[in-house]
Design a protein around this ligand. Structure first.
Ligand code: SF4
Length: 194
């Protein structure tokens, strides 16, 4: 079985419920959306056998894989997840929620971009919902989102420091009013790692 891979890198999970844990990030190519705030190049990439991916990730002293993208659920299947599970890896995914996620994942993050109800219909229950938020964005009610252990608002980081600060302040204001949300800062951007 093959997957089209944009890049594989070893770093800290910078955001959400697993923030600060080391992980091997496997960025799969392609996405179904074109978000205006997207900060990721998911074009191109290399078609790799699962065994080739395994030989790369084995170079790192860590047993967590994060499947990310683009949109990893465009490619990731239960077959692929089972392959790495048998090799002793725990696996997380960062998805926009537009496609059903493989069943055997250990930690699921859905970040619905603009269509929370649709994401809920496709994936009714996940570990974490994380919403990228710009100042003024409407925050959907929990009844419109997948059921989750954690709900995070994640201020969008802009090149303009003032705009970023406004996004952070807005998220804090929202959380103060709706305390079931938590703040997720993208610490990989704050400490300048990949
Ligand atoms: S869903 Fe994610 S990867 Fe795809 S365009 Fe939007 S921000 Fe970028």
């Amino acid at each position: 079985m093959n997957l089209k891979v944009k890049e594989i890198f070893y770093s800290l999970q910078g955001e959400g419920g697993r923030q600060g844990e080391v992980s091997i990030f496997v960025r799969l190519s392609g996405c179904n959306l074109k978000c205006d705030f997207c900060d990721t190049d998911f074009s191109g990439g290399e078609t790799m056998e699962l065994s080739q991916i395994l030989s790369v990730i084995r170079q790192h002293p860590c047993r967590w894989i994060i499947w990310t993208g683009g949109e990893p659920a465009l490619q990731l299947t239960d077959e692929a997840v089972t392959f790495f599970k048998r090799e002793g890896y725990r696996q997380a995914i960062e998805s926009n929620g537009y496609f059903p996620l493989p069943d055997l994942l250990d930690y699921t993050t859905v970040s619905p971009k603009g269509k929370p109800d649709y994401a809920k219909a496709v994936n009714p229950s996940v570990d974490e919902v994380r919403l990228p938020i710009n100042k003024g964005d409407a925050i959907p009610g929990f009844e419109r989102l997948p059921k989750a252990k954690y709900y995070f608002l994640s201020p969008v980081f802009r090149d303009d420091a003032l705009a970023t600060k406004e996004n952070i302040n807005y998220c804090v204001e929202q959380i103060m009013q709706k305390p079931d949300w938590r703040l997720s800062m993208q610490i990989h951007k704050l400490i300048n790692i990949e």
